[in-house]
Design a binder for this molecule. Structure first.
Ligand SMILES: Cc1cc2nc3c(=O)[nH]c(=O)nc-3n(C[C@H](O)[C@H](O)[C@H](O)COP(=O)(O)OP(=O)(O)OC[C@H]3O[C@@H](n4cnc5c(N)ncnc54)[C@H](O)[C@@H]3O)c2cc1C
Length: 433
């Protein structure tokens, strides 16, 4: 299935990332050999899978986690590291979809992710350059600023979240040296080194008894008459994880390839978008408010980490630094021709509504589709999956009401229609005033 050590992110150069260059030492985990039994088999060693594994093991389950590449080499170890409380769909959008009361319940649950991650970092002494700097969303034109003003108003009145503050152009400029029309600033956001956080989660999971197998691709999920649960087949004969009860799958090849109902449902509801990042030595933190976001921050050692541009076709750009550079220079013209030390990319799972897709089909539990805002949400989703798999599904059920509509177009047209749609919205960014 073409799964090398970079997994589905092959060609996106995690090995050249700033994060790989500054990763904390961490143990290798042996590949799956032979058959193993577990109460729960988790597929995927990103923050969703590791959090599900950690919380399920803390609740007494015997957990085996299969990671097709290396721990954290999916989105979790290569993202912008921006800890942004809430969901990718803003407060206004949530109210429009669900009405004020339900929207607030969902917002409050999503907001828990922040406290959970801070608690895990502290409890497990995870060294991940955590900085609670706040979070700024810059408006690139007048209509963006009006959107942000309405968003701050909705956050304050409906969500009872009084922290979002609207800044004038001059106030925004005092925080970030780029000519925004104004900005929304909220002080509870922050950032971290995402690979070191993910490696820390893995260490915490192992400490409570989780067995991790790297370079162990799950390719098929089967029901065997002799097993009341599932068999999860690894590559090669005699590599089977027997899940006596449950299986937690992230957005995985296994989920996609199996003919099981769950795989088809997951595949219909998300698409992958390629995001690219780069890092150069120099002097910020923030996000440009638009359909295709630019996001940036300072690393602990004083470099600018900048992510810009999205790509909707399966192949990665041949020159990632060259792909991102124009976005960075448009935001910070003063950085024209600066040196770029690291450039890499990754895939984000996006849904039609930009809301996560979590839940279960029978005994197969899943979470994906954070739509580019999963740094902290993934840890919360993993915990909700573990709660549900150990007997309390109330909070997972609540979150699973967010279920997005499938992408239109059926098997043949879904991909092309998605690309066309995304290109249309990206073009609107360029012509919007
Ligand atoms: C470049 C980039 C920048 C981003 N920036 C931000 C940001 O600043 N803020 C924010 O909130 N979010 C951001 N995101 C999104 C965020 O990173 C993700 O939402 C989050 O990491 C998803 O975590 P996950 O554990 O669900 O998935 P992943 O971290 O992708 O983990 C899935 C894992 O499953 C493994 N796997 C897949 N298939 C199989 C299989 N068949 N068998 C075994 N293993 C398998 C993969 O190798 C992978 O390690 C960004 C994403 C990218 C790519």
């Amino acid at each position: 299935m073409g799964f090398n050590s970079e997994g589905f992110n092959s060609g996106l150069d995690i090995g050249k990332s700033y994060y790989a260059a500054t990763a904390n030492p961490s143990p290798d985990h042996p590949a799956l050999q032979g058959d193993v039994d577990a109460d729960l088999v988790v597929v995927g060693g990103g923050c969703t899978g590791l959090s599900a594994a950690l919380h399920a093991a803390e609740r007494g389950l015997k957990v085996v986690l299969l990671e097709g590449g290396k721990i954290g080499w999916g989105a979790s170890g290569r993202n912008g590291g921006q800890m942004i409380p809430g969901l990718r769909k803003g407060a206004k959008g949530l109210v429009k979809l669900y009405g004020p009361e339900r929207a607030k319940v969902l917002f409050d649950l999503a907001f828990e992710a922040r406290g959970l991650v801070l608690d895990i970092i502290e409890r497990h002494a995870i060294d991940c350059d955590l900085r609670l700097t706040g979070h700024l969303v810059g408006a690139v034109n007048g209509s963006d600023l009006r959107d942000l003003e309405e968003e701050a108003e909705c956050l304050a009145t409906v969500m009872k979240f009084p922290h979002a503050e609207i800044l004038s152009a001059a106030e925004a400029r005092s925080k970030v040296d780029t000519p925004y029309h104004g900005a929304m600033y909220e002080p509870l956001g922050g950032h971290m080194h995402p690979l070191n956080y993910t490696l820390g989660l893995a260490r915490a999971a192992v400490a409570v008894g989780v067995t991790i197998h790297e370079n162990s691709v799950a390719v098929r999920l089967e029901r065997e008459p002799s097993n009341p649960g599932f068999d999860i087949k690894g590559v090669g004969p005699g590599k089977t994880c027997r899940a006596g009860g449950r299986c937690a799958a992230q957005r995985t090849g296994a989920a996609r390839q199996q003919s099981h109902h769950a795989g088809r449902q997951l595949h219909r509801r998300h698409r992958a978008a390629g995001r690219q990042m780069q890092c150069h030595p120099g002097q910020c933190r923030g996000i440009r408010h638009a359909f295709v976001v630019n996001y940036y921050r300072m690393s602990a050692d004083g470099r600018l980490l900048f992510g810009g541009g999205e790509r909707y076709t399966p192949s990665p750009p041949a020159d990632i630094a060259g792909f991102v550079r124009p976005h960075m220079e448009a935001t910070f013209p003063q950085l024209k021709d600066c040196r770029i030390d690291h450039a890499w990319g990754g895939l984000v799972s996006v849904t039609t509504s930009r809301l996560p897709h979590v839940g279960h089909y029978g005994e197969v539990y899943f979470a994906h589709g954070y739509s580019g805002k999963g740094v902290i949400l993934s840890t919360l989703s993993g915990k909700l999956l573990a709660e549900a798999m150990t007997g309390d599904a109330s909070r997972l059920d609540l979150f699973s009401t967010l279920t997005p509509m499938p992408f239109p177009g059926g098997t043949a047209l879904r991909g092309p229609l998605y690309v066309l749609g995304m290109l249309w919205y990206a073009m609107r960014d360029r012509i919007k005033h």
